[in-house]
Design a binder for this molecule. Structure first.
Ligand code: FMN
Length: 154
């Protein structure tokens, strides 16, 4: 299966999780590309006006994993804007994950995942699974659980 891992990452946490996922999915026989969403200039937490430097085209993939950090208790604005601008996810299998700094409840993980799910579903995508990696805490365990979980989805 052709799987695209589409990642927005400022300080490489989310990107490094994508690399872990890629390794496992390739070992399971899939073709896996990681593509970055990048912006021109810095994006403020509450920004809606985003200029993309790289906006990956997902149409060639059967399945897509979207990865993003949590910013200000929400999905990072760049990933939100990217998902809003995708024309269609019809007939695509989708998984979403976020990385976040704070090891406490109600600090944006579930909120960001719920925003990602709603946006993907609004484009016709089928959500297969989701996951949250807490960076300041037991991230090793979170990452290996996410990789195990996502490797069974496709
Ligand atoms: C502007 C900004 C806002 C953030 N807001 C939150 C937050 O609300 N909750 C949280 O748990 N972590 C928050 N973080 C921490 C990041 O989500 C965390 O470090 C994440 O793993 C970074 O991913 P990246 O390295 O892929 O950019 C914030 C980080 C930044 C830079």
């Amino acid at each position: 299966m052709e799987i695209g891992i589409i990642v927005y990452s400022q300080t490489e946490h989310t990107y490094s999780v994508a690399e872990n996922l890629q390794e496992k999915l390739v070992a399971a026989g899939h073709t896996v590309n990681i593509e970055r969403v990048t912006t021109a200039g810095e994006v403020k937490s509450n920004s809606k006006d985003i200029n993309f430097k790289n906006k990956p085209d997902i149409q060639g993939y059967d399945s897509i994993i979207f990865g993003s950090p949590v910013h200000a208790f929400n999905l990072a604005p760049a990933m939100k804007a990217y998902l809003e601008q995708i024309p269609s996810l019809q007939d695509k299998k989708i998984a979403c994950y976020v990385t976040k700094g704070l090891p406490f409840h109600r600090t944006g993980g579930n909120q960001a995942i719920s925003q990602m799910k709603k946006l993907c579903q609004s484009k016709g995508g089928t959500i297969m699974g989701t996951g949250i990696v807490v960076w300041r805490g037991g991230r090793g365990k979170d990452i290996s659980e996410l990789v195990q979980k996502f490797s069974r989805l496709f």
